[in-house]
Design a protein around this ligand. Structure first.
Ligand code: PNW
Length: 487
C-alpha cells in the first residue's frame, strides 16, 4: 500500500505549524467537581451504561482536570507549535446560560492556557466538542433555535475570559457528528434518533450559532484581541464505486450530505445549502406527502450572515468510502431518513488497511482528493487540518499509526505543491481517551494512558518519537528510526 514512491526527504513550507488535539469530555474527568454542571454525555453514560461498548464513562477519563500540567509537558516534549483542546460548556456555565459563571471552570482553563503559553505553545480553543449542558438539552438542545443565542452568550464569556491570550479559535467541532449522529441517530448523545428531520433543523441552528459567534468576534473582539476564528468540519472522501454516471452522482451527493451541507453555506460564493441537498430532500419530502421540504430554508439574510463566516476551513479527516447508486434502495433505509435522502449506498473496500475503529481505513489518496476538492469548490481557502489520526487496540509499538501519519502527510505535501493553502496539521490525539460509544477500547493517542492505575501515567508511543522528529526537522523522512525503539 505504501504511498511513498521514493525515500526522498520532503520539507514542509516555512510557517507550517504542527499540533495535537483533544476534547474536554474525552480527557478531563472531574465530571462533577468544583461546580461543573452535567452534560449530555454525563447523562448518556450514566443513564444507560450498556450503550457504551465497555460500559465505561468519562467520569475520570485521562484525569486531565488534575493532570493538565503533564499534558502540557507532553505537548512540550513533542515540540508542538499549538495544542487544540476544547472547553466544557457546563464546566463554565453549569446550567448552560451565562447568568451564572463557574469561577472554578474559568480558573481551570486559565491555568491550562497559562501553562501552555509559559511553554511557548499556542492555545487553540474549540468552544464546542459535543458536551452540551444537559439543562439545554432539556429544552431541545440543537433543535431549538434559541440555542443560537445561548451559544453566542457562551462564546462571549470565552472571548471575555480567554481572548486576551487565545488567538486561535474553532467555534464548533464537526456539525455532522453533532447533528446526524446526535439527533438523527443513536451514535452520539443525545441519541435523539429522529432522522430525516432533526439533523437538518440542527444543521441550520449550528450554522447560525457558528456564524453569529464569528461575527461577534469579528465585530467586537478582533480589533483588540487579533485572533483567527473558524469552524472544523469532518470530511470523508466518497469515491464512486464504478465509472458510471450514476455512481459519480452518488459520490457527489454523499460528499454534499456529509460535509457540503455545512461547508457550502460558509465557504461557497453563493452560500446556502448545496443544490444536491435541497433537491434530494425537497423531492423526497413531496413524494412522502410532507407539505414542505424537511430541510429548513435559509432566508436571504441568513445566507448572507453565514457566508464567509470563517477565517479558515478546519478539516477533520480520517478516511474514505466507496459509493454507488442503487435506483430501488428497496428496504435499504428508513423513510424518511438522512440516508434515504442521500440515496447513495456506502461501502468500504476490504483491501484497505483497517484500524481498530471499524469505520477507519487508511486511504491517503482520498485525503489528497479532499484537499484538492476543497481548493476547487471553495476558491482555495486557508485550510487547517484540525484532526487526523489512527486507532489501535493498544501497545507502544504502533507501526501502523506511523505509516498512516507518514502517508497522509506525504499527500498533504503533494497538495501543497499543487497549490492547496494548507497551513496547519493537528494529530488526533495527544493522549488516549474516552472514545465516545467505544469507551476505552480504541486508542488514538500519541501517548498511551494507563487507565488501570489511579495515576493515569502517560507513556510515549513510537509514533510520538516520529512525530517529534517531523516537527523538530520540519521534514518528512520516511526512513527515520528513533533510537529508543530500534532493535
Ligand atoms: C472525530 N469520519 O470524529 C472526533 O472529533 C473525535 O472526538 C473522535 O475521538 C475521533 O473522531 C476519533 O473517533 C470523526 O467521517 C468524525 O470518518 C468523522 C469521521 C471520523 C471521526
Amino acid at each position: 500500500n505504501g504511498e511513498f514512491l521514493s525515500n526522498k526527504i520532503r520539507k514542509f513550507p516555512d510557517g507550517f505549524q504542527f499540533g495535537a488535539s483533544t476534547s474536554a469530555y474525552q480527557i478531563e474527568g472531574g465530571w462533577y467537581e468544583d461546580g461543573k454542571g452535567l452534560s449530555i454525555w454525563d447523562i448518556a453514560t450514566h443513564t444507560d451504561p450498556s450503550q457504551i461498548k465497555d460500559k465505561s464513562t468519562g467520569d475520570v477519563a485521562a484525569d486531565s482536570y488534575h493532570l493538565y500540567k503533564r499534558d502540557v509537558e507532553i505537548a512540550k516534549e513533542l515540540g508542538l507549535d499549538f495544542y487544540r483542546f476544547s472547553v466544557s460548556w457546563p464546566r463554565i456555565l453549569p446550567k448552560g446560560f451565562s447568568e451564572q459563571i463557574n469561577q472554578a471552570g474559568i480558573d481551570y482553563y486559565n491555568n491550562l492556557i497559562d501553562e501552555l503559553l509559559k511553554n511557548n505553545i499556542k492555545p487553540f480553543l474549540t468552544m464546542y466538542h459535543w458536551d452540551l449542558p444537559y439543562e439545554l438539552q432539556k429544552l431541545g438542545g440543537w433543535v431549538n433555535p434559541y440555542i443560537i443565542d445561548w451559544f453566542v452568550d457562551y462564546a462571549k464569556v470565552l472571548y471575555d475570559n480567554f481572548g486576551d491570550r487565545v488567538k486561535l479559535w474553532t467555534t464548533i467541532n464537526e456539525p455532522k457528528q453533532i447533528c446526524y449522529e446526535g439527533y438523527g441517530s443513536t451514535l452520539k448523545a443525545p441519541m435523539l434518533n429522529v432522522t430525516g428531520v432533526a439533523e437538518y433543523i440542527c444543521a441550520k441552528n449550528v450554522l447560525l450559532a457558528h456564524a453569529k459567534a464569528y461575527h461577534l468576534y469579528d465585530e467586537h473582539y478582533r480589533k483588540i484581541q487579533n485572533g483567527t476564528i473558524g469552524i472544523s468540519i469532518s470530511c470523508t472522501w466518497f469515491e464512486p464505486a464504478s465509472d458510471t454516471v450514476d455512481d459519480h452522482q452518488a459520490a457527489i451527493d454523499a460528499r454534499q450530505f456529509d460535509w457540503g451541507q455545512y461547508a457550502h453555506p460558509i465557504f461557497s460564493k453563493a452560500g446556502d445549502f448545496p443544490l444536491e441537498l435541497k433537491r434530494n430532500i425537497a423531492l423526497k419530502s413531496a413524494e412522502q406527502g410532507y407539505p414542505r421540504s424537511r430541510l429548513p430554508e435559509l432566508s436571504a439574510s441568513e445566507i448572507c450572515l453565514i457566508r464567509g463566516s470563517s477565517d479558515f476551513f478546519g478539516v477533520n479527516s480520517y478516511t474514505t468510502k466507496l459509493t454507488y447508486r442503487d435506483a430501488s434502495l428497496e428496504g435499504m433505509y428508513a423513510v424518511p431518513s438522512y440516508m434515504d435522502d442521500m440515496a447513495a449506498v456506502i461501502i468500504s473496500n476490504p483491501a484497505w488497511p483497517q484500524a481498530q475503529s471499524t469505520w477507519l481505513q487508511e486511504v491517503p489518496w482520498g485525503f489528497h482528493k479532499i484537499l484538492k476538492e476543497i481548493m476547487k469548490l471553495y476558491d482555495n481557502p486557508p485550510v487547517y487540518i484540525t484532526e487526523n489520526g489512527w486507532s489501535t487496540s493498544g501497545g507502544l509499538l504502533d507501526e501502523d499509526r506511523i505509516r498512516y501519519y507518514r502517508n497522509y502527510l506525504n499527500v498533504l505535501l503533494d497538495a501543497i505543491e499543487e497549490g492547496c493553502d494548507v497551513r496547519k496539521f493537528t494529530a488526533w490525539t495527544l493522549i488516549d481517551n474516552f472514545e465516545w460509544k467505544n469507551g476505552y477500547t480504541e486508542k488514538f493517542g500519541l501517548y498511551e494512558v494507563d487507565f488501570s492505575s489511579e495515576k493515569h501515567n502517560r507513556t510515549p508511543r513510537k509514533s510520538a518519537y516520529i512525530y517529534k522528529e517531523i516537527i523538530r526537522t520540519r521534514t518528512l523522512d520516511p526512513t527515520y528510526e528513533p533510537e529508543k525503539f530500534s532493535v
